[in-house]
Design a protein. Structure first.
Length: 123
């Protein structure tokens, strides 16, 4: 695993949204999908509101790598399944960062969404 540098970690973690492009079987990138991103400790995470059945999440399963862009940073990443032990910290990060979206933030805090938690690791 490669670690984020402090500058990129801070910029991406502070961004309101992230664009994610997952890699297809032929190595080309899918169209970007815009989503929320959170930082918990020195890691970055995304979740699918639709859980593991969400189309963009399913797209990450092919090669488990792709590209993200957020906060002025564009990076090639590996998508790693988060360990269930990480979920509580990720939940807290979502609540803190997106609390102003009161009626929406709860959708990323369900068991279905938690099951799709991906850690973004730079390549």
């Amino acid at each position: 695993m490669t670690d984020w540098n402090d500058s990129d970690l801070g910029s991406i973690g502070a961004a309101e949204e992230l664009d994610l492009e997952s890699e297809r079987a032929d190595g080309s990138l899918r169209s970007p999908v815009t989503m929320w991103v959170v930082r918990a400790g020195d890691q970055l995470y995304v979740r699918s509101v639709k859980g593991v059945e969400g189309p963009w999440y399913r797209g990450t399963r092919t090669h488990q790598q792709g590209r993200i862009e957020a906060g002025g940073v564009r990076a090639d990443v590996t998508f790693r399944d988060a360990d269930p032990g990480e979920y509580a910290d990720v939940d807290t990060a979502y609540r803190q960062k997106y609390s102003h979206y009161t009626s929406i933030v709860e959708h990323v805090l369900t068991d279905r969404a938690r099951a799709s938690t991906l850690r973004l690791e730079p390549r």
